[in-house]
Design a protein around this ligand. Sequence first.
Ligand SMILES: CC(C)(COP(=O)(O)OP(=O)(O)OC[C@H]1O[C@@H](n2cnc3c(N)ncnc32)[C@H](O)[C@@H]1OP(=O)(O)O)[C@@H](O)C(=O)NCCC(=O)NCCS
Length: 178
Amino acid sequence: MLPTPPEGLRHWRPEDAPALEAAWSDPAVVRWSSPPPGLDALTWIAGAEDRWARRLALDLVIEAPGTERADRRGRVAGCPERADPLAGEVGFSGFTSDPARAELGVWVAAAHRGADVATRAVGAVTAWALTELHLEQLWARTDPANAPARALFARLGWHRLGEAGGNVIWSATPTLLR
Ligand SMILES: CC(C)(COP(=O)(O)OP(=O)(O)OC[C@H]1O[C@@H](n2cnc3c(N)ncnc32)[C@H](O)[C@@H]1OP(=O)(O)O)[C@@H](O)C(=O)NCCC(=O)NCCS
């Protein structure tokens, strides 16, 4: 079963498919993050439970600021077919155990950038993953040319580990939460 995400985040719903397709066509999202190749959005959304069960990935919608609180397990009370506006996505992939680690990735839809959406979402999901998901370390990679992403992780206090494979590598461990 998918875990219940923190406030402001929720699981993907089929009604989100058009917004997801739009994001996957955004050159900035394609350039700096990795949309899954060869899958339509609806199929990808339907695969969430399987990806989590196999600890391949966990992908969460960042709700648009001001969105009414919906059931965070994925339903909008009284209106199950309605897609709430979404601001972006934050997710984990490449889960390992012993040590328990995962890579964090994030994108924010163009209309919501520069409004602290990623800062709030990554801050919340980092604390959640390091406590509720019992991960020992989160890591992220940013292209050195991706100034907004670099600013994001630096602002949140993630530790800059160095560079590997042409990317800057960032790390968050439970010490960040103290
Ligand atoms: C990176 C991204 C997620 C940031 O989302 P966001 O919601 O706009 O970020 P925030 O508003 O929370 O701000 C993040 C920081 O970037 C800064 N920033 C925004 N645009 C910037 C730019 N063009 N150049 C430099 N810094 C920039 C913000 O000022 C803020 O830093 P500060 O508080 O120190 O000033 C978003 O730009 C995005 O989706 N980019 C495309 C996908 C991507 O790059 N994902 C990251 C891969 S790891």
